[in-house]
Design a protein around this ligand. Structure first.
Ligand SMILES: Nc1ncnc2c1ncn2[C@@H]1O[C@H](COP(=O)(O)OP(=O)(O)OP(=O)(O)O)[C@@H](O)[C@H]1O
Ligand SMILES: O=P(O)(O)OC[C@H]1O[C@](O)(CO)[C@@H](O)[C@@H]1O
Ligand SMILES: [Mg+2]
Length: 567
C-alpha cells in the first residue's frame, strides 16, 4: 500500500478541520495517480496556502519515492506503473507452457449455413482478437494546472503522464485445451444484483470455447469444505434463464475454509479454472488461492469479477449491481418524500447501503431530487449543535414544512456505540445510524416542543436482492465474457473491470490497494458537486451556498441537485 508521511497527513487533516481518526487518516492516505495531490490541492484552495510542494510519496512495496528533480522521473514512474499493473501469466511459472490457436472464433459462434452477402468471413480475416500489448488509458483528462477543478496531478507542474493498463478480451492464442478444462464458479460475500448474469455469461462463454466440464461451488468458499454441499453441474441449459431473477444460483456465504484447504480441494476435484465473484474479501481470497496454486506449481487460472454493490473500487468506472441499486434506492426515497410531504412536519429518513463509501446514497439522492440532507461515510458530521443536522432539520421544517434525509449505513459511525462484533468473514458489524438518527430526531423535536412526524425506511435487502437492470445486465455480460477470455489467455490472479468505458484486466493486489482509496472517490465527487454550486453544506444553515472550506465539515444538502459536475 502506498503511504504518505504521517506528519503531512496529520497536518492535512488538521487543515481540513476533520477529526483525526483512523478513517479520516486512511482517506487522506494515498499517493501516485494524484489522489494525494488532489486532496492537498483541495486543502490549498480552501486555505489559499501552498503546502503540496512538500509532499513526498513513497510506496511500501518498492520503497521508492518520486524524485521530481530527476529528468527521467516520468519514464521511471511509467515503468513502475507497468510493473504494478502487470498481470500474472501462466508462463511466469511454466515458461514452456504451450499455446494453441483460440477456439473462441467466429466459426464456433455463427451457424455455418448463415447466408452472408459478402461471403463467410474466415477466422484469419476476423480482427476480433486482442493483442497482449494492447493497453487502455487509466486517466483520460490532461489537467493543465493543479488549479483545474478536480485536478489529479502527479508532480507540482501537473505534467501529463500516460498511464496504461491491460486491455481485456479474447486472445488469438490460448493456454488451455478446452477438453482438459474443469471450470468452477463461486460467488462469495453478500448478494448483489447481476450475480446470476455473470454466472450465466461465464458458462456460455466457456461453452463457446468448447469446455464441457463446468461446475458451480455452492455457498461461497464454504462449498470447498462442506462435505454436505455438492458441486452443481452447469451448462447453457441450466443457466439460460437465471438472469431473470436476483440473488445467486449458487448461493453466497461469508467465512469458510483456509486457502490451503480450498486449493487442496480444488486439486482433488481437478479444477484448473476458477472464477471468483465477490468483493474485497473474496478477492483477497482469490489472490491467496492464486499464489498457493503457484506455490504448488499447479496450472490453474484464478480470475475474479469484482462484485461490490457499493461501487467502491476506485479505478473502475463502476461495478455491476450499482446502477440497479441506485435505481431501486431512489424508488425507496420517493415514498419517504411522499410520507414526509403529506404529513404535518413530516421527516422521512432513508438508510441505504454503503459500508465505507456513499455512492449509492449520493447518486440516488441526486437522481431522486427529493433529498434535503445526504450523509455519507466520507464526510464527518454532527447531529447536535448550531451546525448540526438536527438544527438544519428544524430550519427545513420551519421553512418548507417537511424534509427528507438519506444516510449511508457507514456514515456517522463515530456518533454511535461500537458493536465490537464481526461477521464470519471478520468484517466489523456497523451500528445502525439510521435508527440512531430517527431516535435523535424524535427526541430533539420533542424537547423543543415542535411536533414532528418521523418515518424511517430501510430498504437495504430489498435493493440487494433485485434482478439486474438493463445497463447492469450488459456490464455483467461483458465482464463474464472477459473473465473467461482472461483465463484462456493464460492469465491468473487477475480481475476484470471497466475503465473509461473499455474493459481491462487488473492484477488483484492492485485492485485491493485501490479499494482502500475508494472512499475518496465519492468525496471527490461530493466536492466536485460543490464546484457546481448545486450541492451545499448545512453549515451554517442561514448561508446555504458555502465555500469549499465549509463543505467538508458537515452534511450535504442536495435538494433539487440534479445538475451536478461529477469529475
Ligand atoms: N484476507 C483474506 N484471505 C482469504 N480469504 C478471505 C480474506 N478475507 C475474506 N476472505 C474470504 O472471502 C469471502 C468473502 O469475504 P467477505 O465476507 O468479506 O465478502 P466480500 O467479498 O468482501 O463481499 P462484500 O462486498 O459483500 O462484503 C469469505 O468466505 C472470507 O472467508
Ligand atoms: O448484511 P450482510 O449480508 O452482511 O451485508 C451487508 C454489507 O454488504 C454490502 O452491501 C456490500 O456488499 C455492504 O454495503 C453492507 O454493509
Ligand atoms: Mg467486503
Amino acid at each position: 500500500m502506498e503511504i504518505l508521511s504521517h506528519a503531512i497527513t496529520a497536518s492535512a487533516s488538521a487543515k481540513l478541520s476533520l477529526p483525526r481518526n483512523d478513517n479520516v487518516h486512511r482517506r487522506l492516505v494515498g499517493c501516485r495517480h494524484g489522489f494525494s495531490y488532489l486532496n492537498f490541492r483541495t486543502l490549498r484552495s480552501q486555505r489559499g496556502r501552498r503546502i503540496f510542494s512538500k509532499v513526498q510519496c513513497s510506496q511500501q512495496s518498492s520503497n521508492n519515492s518520486i524524485d521530481f528533480s530527476d529528468p527521467d522521473w516520468k519514464s521511471k514512474f511509467q515503468q513502475d506503473l507497468e510493473r504494478r499493473f502487470n498481470i500474472p501469466h501462466i508462463t511466469d511459472i511454466f515458461p514452456d507452457a504451450q499455446s494453441f490457436p483460440s477456439t473462441f472464433c467466429l466459426r464456433m459462434r455463427t451457424p455455418v449455413n448463415e447466408d452472408f452477402a459478402e461471403g463467410y468471413p474466415s477466422d484469419e480475416e476476423w480482427h476480433g482478437y486482442i493483442n497482449n500489448n494492447d493497453r487502455v488509458l487509466l486517466k483520460v483528462i490532461n489537467y493543465s494546472s493543479h488549479k483545474s477543478a478536480g485536478a489529479e496531478c502527479i508532480d507540482p507542474n501537473c505534467t501529463w503522464v500516460e498511464q496504461w493498463v491491460h486491455r481485456a478480451g479474447p486472445r488469438e492464442k490460448i493456454y488451455f485445451k478446452p477438453e482438459e478444462v474443469k471450470a468452477a464458479i463461486v460467488t462469495c460475500g453478500g448478494l448483489c444484483p447481476g450475480l446470476n448474469d455473470v454466472i450465466r455469461q461465464i458458462v456460455i462463454t466457456l461453452e463457446i470455447y468448447g469446455v464441457k466440464n463446468i461446475v458451480g461451488i455452492p455457498f461461497g468458499y464454504r462449498g470447498f469444505s462442506d462435505k454436505d454441499l455438492d458441486e452443481v453441474p452447469l451448462s447453457r441449459k441450466v443457466v439460460q434463464n437465471i438472469h431473470l431473477s436476483g440473488g445467486s444460483l449458487l448461493g453466497v456465504s461469508r467465512g469458510g475454509p483456509s486457502v490451503s484447504d480450498i486449493v487442496t480441494n480444488m486439486e482433488e476435484r481437478g479444477i484448473n479454472m476458477l472464477f471468483v465473484l465477490g468483493g474485497n474479501g473474496t478477492h483477497a481470497g482469490a489472490n491467496a488461492i492464486h499464489n498457493e496454486c503457484r506455490k504448488r506449481k499447479l496450472k490453474v487460472a484464478v480470475v475474479g469479477v469484482p462484485k461490490t454493490i457499493d461501487n467502491d473500487i476506485l479505478l473502475m468506472d463502476k461495478t455491476f449491481g450499482f446502477d440497479t441499486a441506485v435505481e431501486e434506492a431512489q424508488r425507496a426515497i420517493n415514498p419517504a418524500y411522499i410520507e414526509a410531504h403529506s404529513a404535518y412536519h413530516g421527516i422521512g429518513i432513508v438508510k441505504l447501503m454503503g459500508r465505507s463509501s456513499g455512492f449509492i446514497a449520493m447518486q440516488s439522492s441526486l437522481a431522486s431530487g427529493q433529498v434535503d440532507i445526504c450523509l455519507i461515510p466520507e464526510v464527518p458530521f454532527r447531529l447536535h449543535g448550531p451546525h448540526g443536522v438536527l438544527r438544519h432539520l428544524k430550519y427545513l421544517i420551519e421553512t418548507k414544512g417537511s424534509a427528507v434525509v438519506c444516510v449511508a449505513e457507514g456514515a456517522g459511525q463515530n456518533l454511535i456505540e461500537k458493536t465490537n462484533a464481526t461477521d464470519a468473514s471478520g468484517n466489523i458489524v456497523l451500528g445502525d445510524i439510521g435508527v440512531h438518527i430517527q431516535q435523535e430526531t424524535k427526541k430533539y423535536f420533542k424537547e423543543l416542543g415542535i411536533p414532528a412526524d418521523v418515518k424511517y425506511i430501510d430498504p437495504t435487502y430489498m435493493i440487494r436482492a433485485c434482478r439486474a437492470n438493463a445497463s447492469d445486465g450488459i456490464l455483467c455480460t461483458v465482464l463474464g465474457q472477459n473473465a473467461v477470455h482472461g483465463a484462456f489467455a493464460g492469465y491468473g490472479g487477475i480481475t476484470v473491470g471497466i475503465c473509461n468505458t473499455h474493459y481491462v484486466y487488473f492484477p488483484i493486489p492492485e485492485k485491493q490497494v485501490e479499494r482502500l482509496r475508494a472512499a475518496l472517490k465519492s468525496l471527490i465527487m461530493a466536492v466536485a458537486t460543490f464546484v457546481g454550486d448545486v450541492v451545499y453544506s448545512t453549515s451554517p444553515i442561514n448561508k446555504p451556498r458555502l465555500s469549499l472550506a465549509k463543505a467538508s465539515t458537515t452534511a450535504f444538502v442536495v435538494r433539487g441537485a440534479r445538475q451536478v459536475i461529477i469529475l
